[in-house]
Write a protein that binds this ligand. Sequence first.
Ligand SMILES: [Mg+2]
Length: 390
Amino acid sequence: MKIKSVRARVFEWKGKTVPPQGNFCSNAMDLVYSKTESMSTFRFHSWTVVEIETDDGIIGLGNVALAPAIAKAIIDQYLTPLVLGQDPWDYEYLWQRMYRATHAWGRKGVTMAAISAIDLAIWDILGKSVNKPVFKLLGGRTKEKIPCYYSKLYRTNLDEMQAEAQKYKDQGFTAFKMRFGYGPAHLQKGVTENLKSVEAVREVIGYDNDLMLECYMGWNLEYAKRMLPKLEKFEPRWLEEPVIADDIDGYAELNQLTSIPISGGEHEFSLYGFKQLLDKKAVSVVQYDTNRVGGITAAHKINALCEAYSVPVIPHAGQMHNYHLTMSTLASPMSEYFPMFDVEVGNELFYYIFDGEPVAENGFIQLDDNKPGLGLTMKTEFLDQFNIIE
Ligand SMILES: [Mg+2]
């Protein structure tokens, strides 16, 4: 079996969108002067889809959501020539070829995301070629089904947040992640608002359910050090990405500061990046995304590393590529889960591009033992609502 062609297409959503509210989630730009409201312009409404075809007619699907147009250019100009004519079963060799050939200017960020998309498509091919789901090639089933946590609860008014938490609690979810709306720029009033929102969600879900808190890098170290002791009484399962991803020493300091576990990793890349985080005890929960970190070939190695460090892996964003790793890894106790909703920030867009994403039932998702590869196909229902760039 040889790789015959690689096609990377950018899918730009041009359909209806719901405008997110101003302070729906703190983020790294909050610390930079801006005339617009916090996060009000934050969107990622396009996605790169990679289709790799083999000489025996198998098509593997991969995807990347970071800087889609640039990812496509890297795939077209640099990565495709490295994999064409090669045997997809030599996935480690192909991964090293892509990683080392782009090393001078790649290593992290969008280059690693582009490598991830090719690697995902290769693993999809491997599964399809032996008629097995990808998780069966990675260690198989380690759990009957995958517990997942409800992830949205953007900062809106407190009544809306409470109604949303109640709705998904009623659907059987036992873990919830909410977003903070405020950071250092909002002074003490923002601190009060942040605390009020946590209190409001806890009021609905109680203390028999898990609550995760998301900062999305919208705080700085000083602000995080003020906030953490105030948040301890709410017993969060973790506090996510309090500071920018490069401030590893900041993560390490915060992780030792209180009883609240600090999580992160959705903006970290490769085995080396995670070794650094783990060596410094910077995070107590690892949250890579397989379509950023270097694909399944890299994520599988990071899982082994996390197992050795006794740090749980709970990948970012849900999505099939992450679910297969969670299913096959004992170090991975649960998945993030975004339900499908109207296009808003972009977190939900993959539901509009692919068919086959599992839908949570009673707070769990299931993978099919008989669905080969990653289990995704291209969705046709919304095709006319995308601008597709070849
Ligand atoms: Mg996050």
